[in-house]
Design a protein around this ligand. Structure first.
Ligand code: ADP
Ligand code: ADP
Length: 237
């Protein structure tokens, strides 16, 4: 359902970030992309929802050639793909539930989002998503009152409310302590297993990747140097 065919990516300044990537990722897989800083992990993930354009080759998501999508199609396409960042990207001065609700109206300016009236159905959906990640009791609390782990769960809930079938995560636990990291990883695992949502995650904690992911993709200098089950990863990889 995600397929890279001879994909290359060179940034405008000439940096070669991806070299001849060939990958197939099936629905429901939990994939961890590992590699040193600068290896190309983030670029790889961000090509999938077209935050970055590829330079050559083909990238298919649900058999759609991502490069061929235009303005309005890109926005609709992105809504089916959740994206989680290291920095959570929440609006911290509003409540948890408002953060989830504003994702239902992505095209409005922020002031319109904040004064928006949401339907009962949208509110139910938002609360359901918060329940899924265990922070229903925080729904009416301002985001800036929450811990980092809780904020990452709000980001997860916001994404789940969009009913994605793919969840991309760019270093989602990089700014969290080890205990909180595991709680967030448990949430990813649960979402992956219970909802059959594909998870593709960049992570530099190799031990955590091996513990949670089914499949490990190792990237070095823009190339795939390992692709296999977590159990096959040896010291050298
Ligand atoms: P990783 O996620 O593994 O740390 P990245 O995908 O962020 O790696 O970066 C891969 C390479 O591309 C690095 O050499 C990085 O400096 C470069 N790079 C990343 N983003 C840009 C950009 N917007 N413009 C130019 N070079 C970039
Ligand atoms: P902190 O960063 O302050 O440790 P956390 O956000 O990690 O806070 O956790 C806050 C509380 O939420 C903890 O008491 C923890 O037991 C609970 N908790 C953590 N993860 C989950 C989860 N996935 N579902 C339900 N409750 C959770």
């Amino acid at each position: 359902m995600i397929e890279f065919v001879n994909v290359n990516k060179t940034y405008a300044n000439g940096t070669i970030a991806l070299k001849d990537i060939n990958l197939k990722i099936d629905q429901g897989e939990f994939v961890a992309v590992i590699g040193l800083s600068g290896a190309g992990k983030s670029t790889l993930i961000r090509c999938i929802n077209r935050m970055h354009d590829i330079s050559s080759g083909r990238l298919l998501v649900h058999n759609v050639d991502v490069a061929k999508l235009t303005g309005k199609q890109i926005r609709r396409f992105r809504r089916g793909i959740g994206m989680i960042f290291q920095s959570f990207n929440l609006v911290t001065r509003i409540s948890v539930i408002q953060n989830v609700l504003v994702s239902f109206v992505p095209d409005l300016p922020m002031w319109r989002k904040l004064t928006g009236v949401f339907t009962r159905e949208q509110k139910m959906k938002a609360l359901e998503a918060l329940d899924k990640v265990g922070i229903l009791d925080k729904a009416y609390i301002r985001v800036d009152q929450l811990s980092g782990g809780q904020q990452q769960r709000v980001a997860l809930a916001r994404t789940l409310a969009q009913n994605p079938d793919i969840l991309l995560a760019d270093e989602p636990i990089a700014s969290l302590d080890p205990v909180t990291s595991r709680m967030v990883m448990d949430d990813f695992k649960k979402i992956n297993q219970e909802m059959n949502i594909s998870v593709i995650m960049n992570i530099h904690h190799v031990e955590v990747a091996l513990e949670y992911a089914d499949r490990i993709i190792g990237i070095r200098k823009g190339e795939v140097v390992f692709d296999g089950a977590a159990s096959q990863v040896t010291k050298e990889v």
